[in-house]
Every structure is written in C-alpha cells, then in structure tokens.
Design a protein. Structure first.
Length: 135
C-alpha cells in the first residue's frame, strides 16, 4: 500500500443557487424607415369589380347536308337472331319411394338436454342480533 505524504489540495466545492438570467444580446441593424408611412384608406381597399362580358367567337365548323350515322361495321356485319333448338326436358329415373325419415344421425346422437326445475334459493340466517336499546 502506498503512503502519501504532504497535504492534498482540492478544488473547493461550489454550492449552486438559482442564478440571474442573462440579458439577450440584440444586434443593431442598418434597416431604418425613411420618409413617412402612408397607409391606405378604407375606400382604397380592394373590392370585387364588375365582370366583363363573355365573348363567344363564332366558329367556322358547320353541319351541312344529312348526317348518316351508320358505320361500316354495322353495314358489313348485320345482326340477326339465330335459330335455336327447342328446350328438351328429359325424364329422370330418380323417384322417391317409401317414407321419408328426416331425423339425422347428428340429431339422434346429440339430443338436446332439457333443464329441470330450479332449486330453491336458501339464504342463511344471520346470528348477529342487536341487543339493548337503540336510540
């Protein structure tokens, strides 16, 4: 183990307390107002003006003669109803014979359990009873 000789010096412990707030540094600028400030009067404030009338120019496209609305594909490929066969309903050989039993195995195996009569609700009597006069 080391043995130290002499005195040791330490920095004194500072106690912290709420300090004063530093004043903000405000830099000077070179922008200065020169002359008088003129503010608009209320009458000069923008208002909605009158709308100009729409100008609709005439075009040079005119429909002349008769308009034929049929297309070449309509003329080449005319539509018509085709011949159809009559619907033939065939007789089937599936016939119901005998009685129909609608009870399934699921119903037979898992029958519903019916709830019986409810038991009477019994409330135990309290053994604590007041003694003496109550005022």
């Amino acid at each position: 183990m080391f043995l130290f000789e002499g005195e040791f010096y330490q920095r004194p412990k500072e106690t912290l307390a709420p300090g004063e707030k530093a004043k903000p540094i405000r830099q000077e600028d070179n922008l200065h107002m020169e002359g008088e400030f003129v503010q608009r009067e209320r009458s000069e404030i923008w208002r909605k003006g009158e709308r100009a009338e729409r100008v609709i120019h005439e075009d040079n496209i005119r429909m002349e003669g008769q308009f034929d609305s049929s297309t070449t594909s309509q003329l080449d490929y005319k539509s018509f109803r085709g011949e159809r066969y009559d619907i033939v309903r065939r007789e089937d050989m599936l016939r119901m014979e005998g009685d129909f039993n609608s009870v399934t195995t699921n119903e037979a195996n898992y029958q519903q359990k019916y709830v019986g009569e409810r038991a009477e609700v019994r409330k135990p009597k309290d053994n604590l009873q007041p003694e003496g006069e109550c005022t």
